[in-house]
Design a protein around this ligand. Structure first.
Ligand SMILES: [Fe+2]
Length: 197
């Protein structure tokens, strides 16, 4: 199995990525993988862990910055640091595969959504909020693949900056986004801001 690309020399993240890679090599199902990745976050990343400077850099003009930590050579997973300004939020989106979020600084708020199945048509979908939870510093949450618990909106719950670590069971470069007002559904390309020129 070929190694992917690390975009930091940080020892904690290097250890974490190696453990996730070993787990992915074991080829468990998505639910078991996500639950074990949640555990690895808690076991390997201390509560007082400080993200290295090169991954804390905020990109101007975007609601939140996505800095790539590691891209698997075989596109099986990716690890990304997100840096959020005060009360900044994602669009409502779902995931191609499992996803695990660890809050490293500040606090985050997740609103979960569900599709209103009978109101779907080509390119459009109605969504409804189904719950919410706060993720304090050190907290971890996992999402497993559709159709289970996989659609959400994530926000910085406070002021000023929140930092989260996202581990995706895919390259982390695409998301399906839902506009709750127009009901339009789009696939969007997601950037890694630390790789931009
Ligand atoms: Fe997400």
């Amino acid at each position: 199995m070929s190694l992917g690309t690390m975009h930091t020399t940080d020892a904690t993240l290097s250890t974490y990525v190696a453990a996730v890679r070993d787990l992915i090599d074991a080829d468990l199902d998505a639910v078991a993988t996500a639950r074990r990745v949640e555990q690895l976050n808690t076991e390997l990343i201390p509560l007082d862990y400080c993200v290295p400077a090169e991954l804390r850099t905020e990109h101007p003009g975007v609601p939140y910055t996505r800095n790539l930590v590691y891209a698997d050579a075989d596109h099986r997973f990716a690890v990304v640091v997100l840096v959020w300004g005060a009360f900044r939020e994602t669009r409502i989106h779902d995931h191609l595969n499992w996803c695990v979020v660890r809050c490293l600084q500040g606090s985050c708020f997740e609103t979960s959504f569900a599709l209103v199945e009978e109101r779907m048509s080509e390119g459009h979908a109605e969504v409804c909020a189904t719950g919410g939870r706060t993720l304090a510093r050190g907290g971890v949450m996992g999402l497993v693949p559709p159709p289970r618990e996989n659609m959400h909106q994530l926000a910085n719950a406070g002021w000023p900056t929140a930092i989260t670590l996202h581990t995706y069971g895919d390259p982390g470069t695409r998301a399906r986004v839902f506009d709750p007002v127009t009901r339009k559904v789009d696939i969007v390309a997601l950037q890694f801001h630390n790789l931009l020129p």
